[in-house]
Design a protein around this ligand. Structure first.
Ligand SMILES: C[S@@+](CC[C@H](N)C(=O)[O-])C[C@H]1O[C@@H](n2cnc3c(N)ncnc32)[C@H](O)[C@@H]1O
Length: 338
């Protein structure tokens, strides 16, 4: 084994071990809205005054952010790098600030990983127990990561024949909004918890789609979804639940679809025996600490649930990596009701 190999091994371990420190640097910067104060060249003293931080501490933070390529530094002044200008400024073209705030809320829960490993279950953080601010970070965070993903789905699938979409656990409605914009004949129902629907409504109104998108409050783990839909979309839902709950959910989707209708299940699906993408396996642990029985599932498991519910065999579509994690791989399973 050469010295270089050992150097690389130690650096790899250093990178893993320091991950939590870099997370905290990024979270604090977004929380304090640092990047709003570095839109133009600015000194660390002026930034410190604006965000009410200590001047020496602020200089250290800005240097750390610059070392990661999030700020540029010149003659003692700092300015947003292209990454910060594109993703870290609230309202920026690829704004990621809500999802980063949402991830920051996971800090304390992740601190209890040892307990979750011993008990096999997480510290429950159901949507109804979140503060308003936390709920908004979560739901708007889903929009941060969903915008690009929705375009990828539109590129991968022909939804032009679908007129009546049910989006289960729709969150901010990002996908239904994108699908309706792309297909003027489509109407959509957004199904989610009562507290979440007002946030979805804001997004729908901003998109000018209030006449084509309606809302239904309910519990996706128990409620019937009605009938007559020709497209049901279940995105990033199954990872929160155990297999039995997901099987029952898929069955109720089957019941709600008209003959010939399509079910799309999108999630962090992996192949059996896969060890990558790393993002997905970290996400499985995220579900361990945050949910009672959530997990990531294999493509074979999802195919099994849909077959059992009465769907014909379908297709997998690998979507391009999501913005929030370039190493993540999101896949879709599309099946049709005979
Ligand atoms: C991870 S988000 C996914 C949002 C959206 N489908 C997407 O992919 O961007 C999960 C969504 O499921 C909703 N949800 C969680 N538990 C639910 C329940 N029991 N009944 C209805 N909706 C629920 C949450 O409010 C949230 O909007």
């Amino acid at each position: 084994m050469s010295n270089l190999d050992i150097d690389q091994m130690i650096r790899r371990l250093d990178d893993l071990a320091q991950g939590y420190q870099w997370s905290q640097v990024l979270f604090r910067a977004v929380h304090a809205d640092i990047f709003t104060h570095t839109r133009n060249w600015n000194t660390s003293e002026a930034v410190a005054t604006a965000v009410k931080w200590d001047a020496r501490a602020t200089r250290m933070m800005l240097d750390a952010l610059a070392s990661q390529g999030l700020l540029e530094k010149e003659r003692g002044r700092y300015r947003n790098s292209p990454v910060a200008a594109q993703c870290l400024l609230p309202g920026a073209p690829s704004d990621q600030t809500h999802i980063l705030r949402h991830k920051a809320y996971g800090w304390d829960t992740w601190g209890q990983l040892e307990t979750a490993l011993q008990t096999g279950t997480g510290v429950l953080r159901e949507e109804k127990t979140r503060s308003d601010e936390e709920l908004r970070a979560f739901i708007c965070g889903m929009a941060d990561v969903g915008r690009q993903s929705a375009q990828r789905i539109l590129e991968a699938l022909d939804l032009s024949k679908c007129k009546n979409l049910l989006d289960i656990g729709a969150g901010p409605g990002t996908y239904a909004i994108a699908f309706c914009k792309a297909h003027p004949e489509m109407r959509a129902t957004l199904f989610d918890l009562e507290d979440v629907l007002p946030i979805a409504r804001e997004e729908v109104e901003a998109a000018g789609l209030e006449d084509r998108i309606s809302y239904r409050a309910g519990d996706l783990t128990t409620d019937s979804f009605g009938s007559g839909f020709d497209l049901i979309f279940v995105s990033n839902i199954i990872h929160s639940y155990d297999e039995a709950t997901n099987r029952a959910l898929v069955q109720r989707c089957h019941d709600a679809l008209s003959s010939g209708g399509m079910l799309i299940i999108k999630d962090f699906l992996v192949d059996a025996d896969a060890v990558e993408p790393a993002f997905n396996f970290l996400f499985a642990l995220h579900m361990l600490v945050h949910t009672e029985a959530g997990d990531i599932y294999t493509t074979a498991q999802v195919a099994d649930w849909t077959r059992e519910a009465g769907f014909a065999d379908g297709d997998y579509h690998a979507l391009a990596p999501q913005v929030r994690a370039l190493t993540s791989q999101t896949r879709m399973w599309c099946v049709t009701k005979p």
